[in-house]
Design a protein around this ligand. Sequence first.
Ligand SMILES: NC(=O)c1ccc[n+]([C@@H]2O[C@H](COP(=O)([O-])OP(=O)(O)OC[C@H]3O[C@@H](n4cnc5c(N)ncnc54)[C@H](OP(=O)(O)O)[C@@H]3O)[C@@H](O)[C@H]2O)c1
Length: 255
Amino acid sequence: MQKRPRVVVSVGASADGKVALTRDALLMHQPSSDLWGSMTPRAADPVRIDILEVLREQYGCNAILEGSGSLVSEDAIPEELPTYDGDTTGLYRHFLPPEITGLPSPPHMWFTVVDSRGRVRWTEKHQDWDVLVLVARSTPADYLGYLRRERICYLVVGEERVDLARGIVAMGTELGVSCVLSTAGGGLNGALLRAGLIDELHLTLAPALIGGLGTPSVMDGPPLAVGEPPTRLQLLSVHADTGGSVRLHYAVTES
Ligand SMILES: NC(=O)c1ccc[n+]([C@@H]2O[C@H](COP(=O)([O-])OP(=O)(O)OC[C@H]3O[C@@H](n4cnc5c(N)ncnc54)[C@H](OP(=O)(O)O)[C@@H]3O)[C@@H](O)[C@H]2O)c1
């Protein structure tokens, strides 16, 4: 069987496990951004580390994974795209232009986003980083046409929505990705959990409480069925700083 890339989740949360302040406000926007930062007191010995750098050294990690929910709020109306008026058949094949996929890694990295509904618009370019979008056969043709015009790579993995297991495997087989760092919110991380795709978790807790039913948490997604066992973890390390933040590193225990 094809060995899939390692999947490591890194998430920052309040002590009660919330990863955002409210359901409606993205952390990358103000005032949430500053309020979120204010939950972490300054410390002479901060627990925060560059987890991507650690994973690059440890596993040759060359991809980050995000959900569309980190970039576009659920109620946002994305900018309309021109209608794709060509033959759409070819659109539903992976789009992997060799001038991008042939770039040597390191330093080349993938910023991967799950976006079966085609909600994210891409305006920024970053040196050494390329966007990779995971889409499905349900993704609007106009969106795939847009990605092709912008020379943005995509993998078609799934029917109604992105099949995460297929997506992760395809990142390995099509692009040579060995390890994926998920920095997503609770929706995508919860879906990765239910698909049995998480190998490790880095959880950094800030000394603050947010509360609120429905506020995104570390792992959302569908609840366990009655009688279904929780995913067991093995603690690999724990660090606390003088500001009161705690960093926990776990491996998922093989069941
Ligand atoms: N504290 C932190 O470390 C941290 C990190 C990231 C984000 N955040 C915050 O968390 C919030 C976003 O969290 P969220 O839960 O709303 O968004 P999210 O984690 O981005 O979850 C939604 C994403 O998951 C995908 N998804 C969900 N279930 C799926 C399934 N069963 N199969 C395949 N794909 C699935 C969706 O795909 P489709 O697009 O295809 O529907 C979408 O891309 C924002 O406020 C953000 O600022 C916090």
